[in-house]
Design a protein around this ligand. Structure first.
Ligand code: ATP
Length: 344
């Protein structure tokens, strides 16, 4: 199902939980709503589901405005964080529930339940109750139950949050595979950037009720449009006045411009072995820390502290070492604009 949302607003009392959010989602895409706690992700999902009504804005599914339709008439499936399975019902009973409500005939229900048990890898568990299942299995039942009535749009609210790390990893790739196979448009809420990057076709970054950016994980990483996005996705150091660094003096033409520098844009070396065309700085190693597969190195240049990584093979620096530093590029932001500046 194609989803089109325009000018969505929601207040709770004085508090603006969702502020003028617009986006569209192509059929079959898996979208991750990502952002810090309290940013408005769940509120957006609940408005799409019809569990909350917007103060203003339009929600259009497949060309039809659904603002006034109750949840059960929107053609959606919903998966919650805490399974929300019916405890007194078996796996089969849980999956069949929505179909019984919709008054499907018995034979058709049986067929559909068998199909979903097969699809979600729950064969052999049909007669079990939720308390006899692992967290991962329960979440697959929740998924099967949401899919049973053949929804056009699947909404998942932190579906893996309550599951331990290893199983969560397996479930993520499983979900990706399912969505690909079914071709169902899906939106999931998460505050885990690795999860969003790994699973989603596109990510929407939600912060303080605003949609800060929408794009593929790679687009968002390499071309962040706001300082918040640059800081939230991946790692970076913020430099309040980037024109203080050689190679970025030109930024002084735009007063008040901040720079964000990713660790991989910084090279350090004891000798100045870098190309002479680029401006290099001299700095001092102020901190060094082993991270398992590499060393985190903090370098102080005047009052600017930058963070970068060194691979294991390279000889390890010592705190206090003088180093040459080459900063290849930085993301620049001021109140009006954002752009990438290369070292010149
Ligand atoms: P989390 O990751 O913590 O679930 P979120 O991004 O999903 O956060 P929302 O649950 O959408 O955020 O909440 C956005 C803001 O709106 C929060 O500050 C929350 O306290 C507030 N809020 C949500 N629902 C209500 C409500 N029914 N009444 C009052 N305030 C609410």
């Amino acid at each position: 199902m194609h989803v089109e949302v325009t000018g969505l607003n929601k207040r709770f009392g004085e508090f603006q939980a969702v502020a003028d959010v617009s986006f569209s989602i192509a059929k079959g895409q898996l979208i991750g709503l990502l952002g810090p706690s309290g940013g408005g992700k769940t509120s957006i999902l609940r408005m799409l589901a019809g569990l909350e009504s917007p103060d203003s804005g339009d929600i259009v599914f497949h060309g039809q405005r659904v603002n006034d339709l109750p949840p059960q008439e929107r053609g959606i499936g919903f998966v919650f964080q805490n399974y929300a399975l019916f405890k007194h019902m078996t796996v089969e009973g849980n999956i069949a529930f929505g179909l019984e409500v919709k008054k499907w005939n018995k034979a058709k229900i049986k067929e559909r339940v068998a199909e979903l048990v097969e699809l979600t890898g729950l064969s052999g568990f049909e007669k079990r109750y939720p308390h006899q299942l692992s967290g991962g299995q329960r979440q697959r039942v929740a998924f099967a139950r949401a899919l049973a009535p053949e929804p056009q749009l699947l909404l998942l609210d932190e579906p893996f949050a309550a599951i331990d790390a290893k199983i969560r990893h397996e479930l993520r790739s499983w979900l990706r595979e399912m969505i690909d196979r079914l071709g169902i448009t899906s939106i999931f809420v998460t505050h885990d950037q690795d999860e969003a990057i790994e699973v989603a076709d596109e990510i929407m970054i939600i912060n303080k009720g605003n949609l800060e950016q929408k794009g593929s994980p790679w687009e968002i990483y390499k071309d962040p449009k706001t300082p918040f996005v640059a800081g939230f996705i991946g790692e970076s150091t913020t430099v309040e006045d980037i024109s203080a660094l050689k190679g970025f003096k030109e930024a002084a033409n735009w007063p008040g411009t901040k720079g964000l520098i990713r660790p991989e844009y910084i090279e350090i070396g004891k000798e100045n072995e870098f190309t002479l065309l680029s401006a290099t700085e001299t700095g001092k190693v102020s901190h060094i820390h082993f991270r398992g597969s590499e060393w985190l190195v903090e370098v102080q240049i005047g009052d600017i502290k930058l963070v970068t990584y060194r691979s294991l093979e390279k000889s390890v620096l010592q705190v206090g070492d003088e180093v040459h530093v080459l900063i290849h590029r930085a993301y620049l932001f001021n109140n009006k604009d954002n752009w990438v500046m290369e070292n010149s």
